[in-house]
Write a protein that binds this ligand. Structure first.
Ligand SMILES: *Cc1c(COP(=O)(O)O)cnc(C)c1O
Length: 387
């Protein structure tokens, strides 16, 4: 189906019809999984000049995944990277220049921060962290020295929503590109290019993969000029994505519509249940009415995913007993699979602009595809151990 025809359909329909073979005379539904390095030619002219001369950029299945990502998130193109973190570093390396400053949100994913403070700094690119709630105030930090503004919204672990249009307007007024890690929304609930971003990162390992079995990332590009710049950097870095991994991601995306809807609804129900517990100080979920960034979330997002935080006040040994008593929530990193997770976040939260201070322990919950009644029952027996 053509890009223009697809764009008129609901996202659930795009998950099914994008990135696949058109019906034909006995054609298979899915693109072929081709393992390849070398493409063969019969003359030197085509060896040099064919549109594709080497398989490092990927064959049919990687191309189908890129088409799918663009059909969902919008923009002019997408470039694949071997992990979500690699997509972050690819986007940043596309815009970084020596002796400049990269404005990075203080609530960015910790490994993204580490790349900025360690590797980038060695090459003379200085990361400068800013408050996630800075909004239009970012203009005061932007100058000749700024190479780009990096956003992540909602923030990792603490879930602050950023005013993306205000930040993008301030950046563009000074000719500064705007990059956003849009993983939380899966590219579905927040449209980065309609809100002014130039590059949008997805950790495909999360929701798109959906089954806790694949590492992959992507950089979505607002324009074909940006796409060319990202491709150029991608090529120089020697990045490549296996057809098997691309196949798994594409397969995961076929069911993303129903998974997101179900998990978002279960998560909101569990967030509301948690908010009513006496030991809960705060639920960090922007879709909860009364949450600090609720108005901003409502203005810019069309839904919420299954990842949020909670602050619980309890003696450490009781909290430990509660966490270890849970049978359906396991502790583990990453998220986006079919299974629910709970992780203590305090040791993982790094903030340099404003220290994270909560009146209790901060935890991250990821709500999977289990029945929400079972998840609530599990939490209920866990909370009994806090009393
Ligand atoms: C997980 C995650 C990443 C990194 O993805 P990997 O595939 O694990 O490298 C980047 N950004 C955000 C917001 C994430 O949650």
């Amino acid at each position: 189906m053509s890009k223009a025809d697809l764009s008129k359909l609901h996202v659930e329909t795009r998950f099914v019809h994008a990135g696949r073979n058109a019906p034909g005379n006995g054609v298979i539904v899915n693109p072929p999984l081709q393992r390849a390095t070398t493409l063969l030619f019969e003359d030197a002219e085509t060896l040099y000049d064919a549109p594709k001369t080497y398989a490092i950029d990927g064959m049919a299945v990687q191309e189908a995944l890129r088409d799918m990502l663009v059909a969902v998130e919008g923009g002019a193109g997408a470039v694949l990277a071997p992990s979500g973190l690699a997509a972050c570093t690819l986007a940043i390396l596309t815009v970084a220049r020596a002796d400049s400053e990269l404005l990075v949100v203080d609530s960015a994913y910790k490994p993204t921060r580490n790349f900025c403070t360690r590797t980038l700094r060695r090459f003379g690119v200085r990361p400068r962290f800013y408050d996630p709630r800075i909004g239009a105030g970012i203009a005061e930090l932007i100058g000749e020295q700024t190479c780009a503004v990096f956003l992540e919204s909602p923030g990792s672990l603490t879930f602050e929503v950023q005013d993306v249009p205000a930040i993008a307007a301030a950046g563009h007024a000074r000719g500064v590109p705007v990059l956003i890690d849009n993983t939380w929304s899966a590219g579905v609930y927040f449209k980065p290019f309609e809100h002014g971003a130039d590059l949008s990162i997805q950790a495909i390992s999360k929701y798109q993969g959906g089954h806790a079995d694949v590492f992959l990332g992507s950089v979505g590009c607002a324009t074909t000029e940006w796409q060319q710049r990202v491709w150029e950097t991608h090529k120089q870095l020697g990045m490549s994505v296996s057809p098997d991994d691309a196949f798994l991601a594409l397969r995961g995306m076929r069911t993303l519509g129903v998974r997101l809807e179900r998990q978002g609804a279960s998560a909101l129900r569990i967030a509301q249940w948690l908010a009513a517990r006496p030991q809960v100080v705060e639920v960090l979920h922007p879709a909860l009415s009364g949450a600090p960034d609720h108005a901003l979330w409502k203005r810019d997002f069309t839904g919420a995913s299954g990842l949020f935080g909670v602050v619980i006040k309890a003696p450490p040994e009781r909290l430990k007993a509660m966490l270890e008593s849970l049978r359906l929530f396991a502790m583990g990193w990453s998220w986006g699979g079919y299974e629910s997770l709970i992780t203590p976040s305090d040791r993982q939260i790094v903030r340099t602009v404003r220290k994270w201070s909560a009146e209790g322990a901060t935890l991250r919950l990821y709500i999977g595809l289990e029945h929400p009644d079972d998840l609530i029952a599990d939490l209920e027996q866990g909370f009994a151990r806090l009393a």
